[in-house]
Ligand binder design. Structure first.
Ligand SMILES: Nc1ncnc2c1ncn2[C@@H]1O[C@H](COP(=O)(O)OP(=O)(O)OP(=O)(O)O)[C@@H](O)[C@H]1O
Ligand SMILES: O=C(O)c1ccc[n+]([C@@H]2O[C@H](COP(=O)([O-])O)[C@@H](O)[C@H]2O)c1
Length: 230
């Protein structure tokens, strides 16, 4: 079966998970995993699952960026990135995917997404998950103060990022903005989407770095300038 045909089944399954979630009137603690996901890899999934479990979050909402302000204009098509996130999360009942950002045709900022989420889901407490690298740059984000009012941030350690430097920055942010930021050690993998794109461009293996369905989607749709088809 072609993987592109499976994407539709994933969309149906995800819509049904979202409808169930919307019906829930109780206060729900949700984790938001935002990212460019170009492509999604196992470190994203492992980080999200570790944090869901550690903080007893009810669900993790993956929100692929549409037109992220901080990445080059020519990144992979947003619907391909979104489809790969759907494929990667379909088997986990607690992982849901939202298309809020891919459907926005202007630049996508987190503050707009958080405001929108609070409107759609009345009783949610939001925990925004970021790598420690992203939290260090948060003062460059749009409406930084407002972001901190709308969500608690969880800064996950990431290989290659100095924990001490990140901790210093987090303490400054907490003081300056009265922010709620939890810093957490996550046993993780030293991989990035950049590394995976480079492997693909050099025609090297990405097996066990991304879910098999994502790997197939990449090959079937000839993403990332691959030289030969598999
Ligand atoms: N290996 C990792 N361990 C922990 N967190 C990660 C890891 N890779 C990415 N993240 C976090 O996941 C979120 C989404 O990341 P993103 O989609 O930019 O992936 P990336 O691998 O950093 O991509 P790129 O290499 O293209 O910059 C960010 O908050 C990022 O810090
Ligand atoms: O809102 C902003 O100004 C902003 C600027 C840079 C990054 N972000 C968000 O940070 C998250 C991680 O970004 P990324 O793509 O670097 O992994 C993702 O949800 C982005 O939308 C948000």
């Amino acid at each position: 079966m072609r993987i592109n045909d499976l994407v539709n089944d994933c969309k149906v399954e995800n819509t049904s998970k979202l409808e169930q979630f919307k019906k829930n009137n109780k206060t729900t603690r949700i984790g938001i995993m935002g990212g460019t996901f170009n492509p999604i890899h196992y470190a994203h999934l492992a980080t999200a699952e570790f944090i869901r479990d550690k903080y007893g979050l009810d669900k993790i909402l993956f929100i692929p960026s549409g037109n992220p302000p901080h990445k080059p204009e020519d990144i992979t098509n947003k619907y391909d990135r979104y489809n790969m996130v759907l494929l990667a999360t379909v088997n986990n009942k607690d992982f849901l995917v939202l298309d809020l950002e891919v459907n926005r045709n202007v630049r996508t900022y987190t503050v707009d997404t958080l405001r929108q989420l609070k409107k759609i889901y009345k009783n949610i407490e939001i925990y925004f998950i970021t790598g420690a690298d992203a939290i260090c740059d948060i003062e460059q984000w749009k409406d930084v103060q407002e972001n901190f009012k709308l969500a608690t941030f969880i800064a996950a350690t990431r290989p290659g990022i100095s924990v001490l430097k990140a901790q210093e920055k987090i303490e400054q942010l907490i003081k300056k903005y009265n922010a709620k930021i939890l810093s957490v050690y996550v046993p993780s993998l030293d991989i990035s989407s950049t590394y995976i794109r480079n492997q693909l461009r050099e025609n090297k293996s990405v097996r066990y770095l991304v879910p098999e369905s994502v790997e197939k989607y990449i090959y079937e749709n000839k993403l990332y300038d691959m030289e030969m088809s598999r």
